[in-house]
Design a protein around this ligand. Structure first.
Ligand SMILES: Cc1ncc(COP(=O)(O)O)c(C=O)c1O
Length: 424
């Protein structure tokens, strides 16, 4: 099948799925179960004195997914060649598929999102001491070890990340330097946005905001890079093809190994000359891979087959969020309007129950749990920024797993209340 046919199919599926899945979530869930995406109900040994077998619901991150049978088969059968010589047909095909989908001239397969963002920064900011503007809660700023400073010699200035993942445009404009070539100042080169926004709980950046950021960038001759690790979640949530979102950015980095289920890999996309330079940077950073078609084959399936099902994750998150709100005793605070994609952030309203204690209780099988719930259930999630808890849905979590997580959450809440009453 030609690349064009592939990408048209994806484009159609994306639009179609966004339209259909929200009306028929049950069908979508059955389809997902039939395709064997879910790997739920893994037995786990919880140790002596505990339940011998428990159900594990792993909501720590969408990076924990494992490739299913179809993906492993595609990997085993992939045609490969030396990609550093540009001769891996599967990698070449994946790059064309990605460029087409994202509405970009070219794309490059890179090992990770972190390397992809770093390469983007290196190509956009070529002179040592060039400056980029990033959100203070962006992944690039918080979780990438300052690689842009450490390895690329790029200076960062921050804007405040607002709760919806955007930033104030006036503040953005105020951060642009006008002193160059006065030797006192760095030169502003790049604005980075993150979509969906990880720390802010999977928030989708509004298209209008992206257009306004681009207007500011164009006014001052800057580039816009999107850390779109989860931009496909944004596209599904907004019911638009990714190219509609990405028309406002010069370059994008899209992870294949999060909700899209590939074991490894990220696509960096942009203009042809940007990608030619990116190719050089990737090699310098040690990211030139040889017979990478083995993993690119998984990436192809991610882009072609896995986008539509993201809607199921979004649906499951909302189900769990609603259950938090309805929990008796009322322990949790959730802003349902902020629950947009596969990442959920919520708060605990009870001051004596910290996010880390709640997570610990969710992860352990308590005395009496098997009798109360009919089995042990371990739900893994993380305490998060701003005294909140973060839980992430992905293709390893079925609607049934979501119900297990709800059961466990209610059990933990009622146990906590009982203990509190007893202690009074
Ligand atoms: C928003 C965002 N950007 C970039 C990355 C980095 O991706 P990787 O883990 O592949 O380096 C992540 C990883 O979780 C992320 O959430």
């Amino acid at each position: 099948m030609s690349v064009k046919t592939f990408s048209c199919r994806v484009f159609f599926n994306l639009l179609n799925h966004a339209a259909v899945a929200s009306n028929k979530p049950i069908h979508a869930r059955h389809a997902a179960a039939a395709r064997g995406y879910y790997t739920s109900g893994k037995p786990s040994d919880t140790g002596a004195g505990r339940a011998a077998r428990v159900q594990v619901v792993d909501l720590r991150s969408d990076t924990v997914t494992k490739p299913g049978a179809a993906m492993r088969q595609a990997m085993a059968e992939a045609e490969v060649g030396d990609d550093v010589m540009g001769e891996d047909p599967t990698v070449n095909e994946l790059q064309k598929i990605a460029a087409n989908m994202f509405g970009m001239e070219a794309a490059l397969f890179v090992p990770t999102g972190t390397m992809s963002n770093l390469i983007a920064v290196m190509v956009h900011c070529r002179e040592r001491g060039d400056e980029m503007i990033v959100g203070d809660l962006s992944h690039l700023h918080i979780y990438e070890q300052g690689g842009s400073a450490q390895l690329a010699g790029v200076h960062a200035t921050t804007v405040n990340t607002l709760p919806d993942g955007t930033f104030d445009l006036e503040q953005l404009e105020s951060k642009i330097r006008h002193g160059y070539p006065d030797p006192h100042y760095p030169r502003s080169r790049l604005i980075c946005v993150e979509n969906t926004h990880n720390i802010q709980g999977g928030r989708v950046l509004p298209l209008l905001f992206l257009q306004q950021v681009r207007d500011v960038a164009d006014k001052y001759g800057l580039s816009v890079h999107m850390d779109g690790a989860r931009v496909m979640n944004a596209a599904v949530a907004q019911g638009v093809p990714p190219s509609t979102i990405l028309q406002h950015t010069h370059t994008v980095s899209v992870c294949l190994s999060k909700g899209l289920g590939a074991p490894v890999g990220t696509m960096l996309a942009g203009p042809k000359d940007f990608i030619s330079r990116a190719l050089r940077c990737r090699k310098a950073l040690g990211g030139g891979m040889r017979q990478a078609g083995v993993i690119a084959a998984a990436g192809k399936l991610s882009l072609l087959e896995m986008v539509g099902r993201l809607e199921e994750d979004h649906h499951n998150v909302k189900t769990f969020a609603q259950a938090l709100l309805e929990c008796d005793p009322p322990l949790f605070a959730v802003d349902m309007a902020a629950v947009e994609t596969n990442i959920l952030r919520f708060r605990i309203q009870e001051p004596t129950l910290s996010p880390s204690e709640f997570c610990a209780r969710m992860a352990q099988v308590a005395e009496g749990e098997e009798t109360a719930l009919g089995q042990g259930i371990q739900v893994l999630m993380y305490p998060h920024f701003g005294n909140s808890v973060r839980a992430v849905w992905h293709l390893g979590i079925s609607p049934e797993d979501t119900q297990l997580a709800i059961q466990k959450m209610q059990f933990v809440a009622s146990q906590f209340l009982k203990e509190k009453v007893r202690a009074q």
